[in-house]
Design a protein around this ligand. Structure first.
Ligand SMILES: [Zn+2]
Length: 431
């Protein structure tokens, strides 16, 4: 039995609920002691590589002057490698749809020319095989059913992994014979290519943020934190790639990041083949109806982690959730937008608890795909199960803390590194 050592969710949350007052009171963040994650030992049952998949607005390891999506000023990939794990960081279209991102992820791991599929491209009207998306130096070319991988996704990265699990399994019509093997022939790999799927702060059932905002470009700019950067002037080549080759959209002279994002979003927001659609609660519901345990690779283990950093505030007519003092100031407005959201944004019909959030995503949305499909989850009890989501608990972090951002002090960084070491230990212990 493998007991996941990070068990501070309910204990910490209840402590905080009773000790943290929103305004004027010092917030006490209690993270229980987490046992040190350990390097691989002879007891490990598998040595499958771990591949990290970023979320909406994410970037590759070489971008943002080396400021990592996975770690910020440190590098979670390198920390895990130092401990003996084989780990890779993937980079897919930050604003592309899950279909496009999953296809890119496949070729990035396996190698070859990205091909989004003829039927898909005819339907949505974008380029099928962009010349700029040829992977000649793939992450793990030996990838197949005998050499499976662990896929770990933060935020939208979790949805992307699920889409890839459907494309690989090919159980439903839209996902059969879309991918190409190394000879360029269409094929459906079948089950077994994915050892496990882990989702961290993933909006499985969408986020009410994208139901309520009329400016998703501003949210994207906030996540990037580079809203005022002059794209065509100051930004050196390679600083940040929007990777929208399939749509043939490029920054113009003198355009700031936010202006460019707004142009992208104005152009693509009406398309269902765009990230914003699948991040909304209605879009996620449609996504779940098509991509779920019955269509994905069922042989993979599934783990989900939820995060939150809001406090419930009872009012005469409603229970609202407001950000606590640990919330990243960049996300105060979006946390409030979700925390005060009207009931129509609640796809799970769970009442006020739907408003609890991490600044970007409703916490309840992170447990498992539930709206629009028959997937279920159970509270992880130390024994990983297949055919159901193993829910690992709710952790007191905001949307970016959990991937290391704003974790500046050595103690904070160490806690995050231990989180990922413990996860790696769990994944490599799977039979
Ligand atoms: Zn597409």
């Amino acid at each position: 039995m493998h007991r996941y050592p990070l068990s501070f969710s309910s204990i910490t949350t209840s402590l905080l609920r009773s000790t943290v007052f929103f305004i004027g009171i010092v917030s006490l963040l209690v993270l229980c002691a987490v046992p040190q994650g350990e390097a691989q030992t002879a007891e490990d049952r598998n040595r499958c590589p771990i591949i990290l998949v970023h979320g909406f607005g994410g970037w590759g390891p070489e971008e943002l002057n080396g400021y990592k999506y996975w770690g910020g000023i440190f590098d979670i990939q390198e920390e895990l490698r130092l401990a003996g794990y084989e780990v890779y960081t993937a980079h897919v279209g930050p604003f592309s749809s899950n279909w496009d991102r999953a296809i890119e992820l496949f070729y990035q791991i396996k190698g070859g020319q990205v091909d989004y599929g003829e039927e898909h491209c005819l339907r949505y009207g974008h380029v099928q095989r962009p010349a700029g998306k040829l992977f000649t130096n793939p992450l793990y070319p030996q990838w197949d059913a005998q050499h499976p991988v662990h896929l770990v996704g933060h935020s939208m990265g979790g949805q992307t992994i699920r889409m890839l699990a459907a494309l690989l399994a090919g159980k439903a019509a839209p996902y059969q014979n879309v991918l190409r093997d190394t000879n360029g022939a269409l094929f459906t790999p079948g089950e077994g290519w994915i050892k496990s799927i882990t989702t961290i702060a993933t909006p499985h059932n969408g986020t009410s943020l994208f139901d309520l905002t009329d400016n998703p470009a501003a949210i994207a700019a906030m996540i990037l934190g580079v809203a005022q950067v002059d794209m065509a002037g100051i930004v050196p080549d390679g600083f940040y790639g929007f990777d929208l080759d399939q749509w043939d959209i490029h920054p113009q002279e003198g355009e700031t990041t936010e202006e460019y994002l707004r142009r992208i979003f104005d152009l693509l927001s009406s398309s269902e083949d765009f990230s914003v659609y699948e991040l909304s609660t209605s879009g996620a519901q449609c996504f779940n109806a098509a991509v779920n345990l019955s269509t994905e690779d069922a042989s993979a283990y599934r783990f989900s982690f939820a995060v939150e950093q809001t406090v419930g505030q009872p009012y005469p007519d409603a229970l609202l959730y407001v950000p606590d003092l640990m919330m990243n100031p960049l996300m105060l407005n979006t946390a409030l937008l979700i925390g005060l959201s009207p009931s129509f944004t609640d796809p799970l019909d769970i009442g006020p608890r739907w408003r609890m959030n991490d600044g970007v995503v409703n916490t309840e949305s992170m447990k498992a795909p539930l709206a629009g499909c028959a997937d279920t989850f159970h509270e992880y009890d130390g024994i990983p199960q297949k055919g159901v989501w193993n829910f690992m608990g709710t952790f007191h972090y905001d949307h970016l803390d959990i991937i290391g951002h704003t974790q500046i002090t050595p103690a904070e960084r160490k806690t995050i590194i231990r989180f990922y070491l413990s996860l790696a230990e769990l994944l490599t212990s799977l039979e």
